[in-house]
Design a binder for this molecule. Sequence first.
Ligand code: ADP
Ligand code: MG
Length: 471
Amino acid sequence: MTNETIGDLHEDNWRQVCESLRSEIGEAAYQSWVKPMTIRGVADGAARISVPTRFMRDWVVAHYVERLGSLWTALDKAIECVDISIQPERALKPIESAAKSTAPVAAAATGAAHGVARIDTRRASDIGQVGISGPLDSRFTFDNFVVGKPNEFAYAAARRVAEAPSVPFNPLFLYGGVGLGKTHLMHAIAQHICRQDPKRTVIYLSAEKFMYRFIRALKEQNTVDFKDMFRNVDVLMIDDVQFIGGKGATQEEFFHTFNALVDQGRQIVISADKSPSDLEGMEERLQSRLNCGLVADIHATTYELRLGILQSKAEQLKVDVPQKMMEFLAHKITANVRELEGALNRVVAHSQLVGREITLETAQEVLHDLLRANDRRVTIEEIQKQVASHFNIRGSDMHSARRARSVARPRQVAMYLAKQLTSRSLPEIGRKFGGRDHTTVMHAVKKVEELRECDSSFAEDVELLRRMLEG
Ligand code: ADP
Ligand code: MG
């Protein structure tokens, strides 16, 4: 081992990697698995991490190390692999000498196990696109995607784009609620294309990253370089494009990049949480261009799909999960696949930690909080009813055109709570309030937020209602 030092830069990168993982896997998993990891140093292209127990090492290697590696490689191209060693906590310091005594047991290489993501960034750098493409999750492949009624169309469209020798439709616009597999499908397309034809360049970026890069280029008066980054790309993928809505200059730039690439016959793949026509703050000409290709939506999961996904995940985890428990979870956790996966991971981790078999009972115990939250999904109708009765107005006033403050204010509170407590979009909420426009809902949300700031009894009212509705 040569010159093993940590250094501020590596520490910073490590912190960023941890934070990204945290937002991806959730707080509970983060606390259990990521937080106990300690960075030991970086040397010879290897990032060295230690964890306190063997169990932890195995778990981290099985579940997180690839992702960890790809996130790290994205920040620092020099990182080629990650070594995870076991280091009981009390023996942690001093770093240098302790590092020498650890045996790096499981070396899950970002290079080998995660080739695609790395090759991707490297290739980008060859043509002056250092790190522009975000990291790809090697687990997000077509093979690992469970197909069912709600997503079969989106899946077929994604496969088509990945396999077609020329552009089949442009753009491919994937949309659907949170955690339903949009990012998974995009990564699958990118990885398939890279594997099939390493000469094709793919850039995958979140819309936020795109925005960030563009704004930075503006500040540095370097927009020519920014444009150049996209000029040679064969496939451009922008994830979560709803974040570009309302951002004038970025939207403009996106529109031009988009048009230029389409004109050159390059493939574009976009994802968003809404259909092009429902995207808020999106210019009409951009909306209509987005609508030009193939628009494929991913619907909410069905029970069958959820069960299928659980079975597939259990197989990947190589654990025996009783059918009854999977059926139970598929019934209970309906919001999205991410939550469902998280639930399964938690149950499995728990059973391995305490060394007991997985049963329906332990699952109920371990997932107590999650199950409770899923038991109570508030509907807009319930909110309207509760708010109307609280403020002593008629239920029908929630839909009426009356603008007297005595009814308008409660209506605004109900809209605000609908935004907070349900996953409905602003236009959907507007429709439920007598066909109002989404800007009315937006205004209501802002108004209630302002009033909460300056009127404490009003704030208490809203808080009380929220707690009652959440049960
Ligand atoms: P989105 O981008 O739509 O918010 P993601 O693509 O990030 O959702 O999916 C959330 C999680 O659920 C990921 O871990 C993904 O692998 C998983 N997932 C979603 N849909 C499926 C599916 N049909 N089969 C297998 N895994 C899925
Ligand atoms: Mg996503």
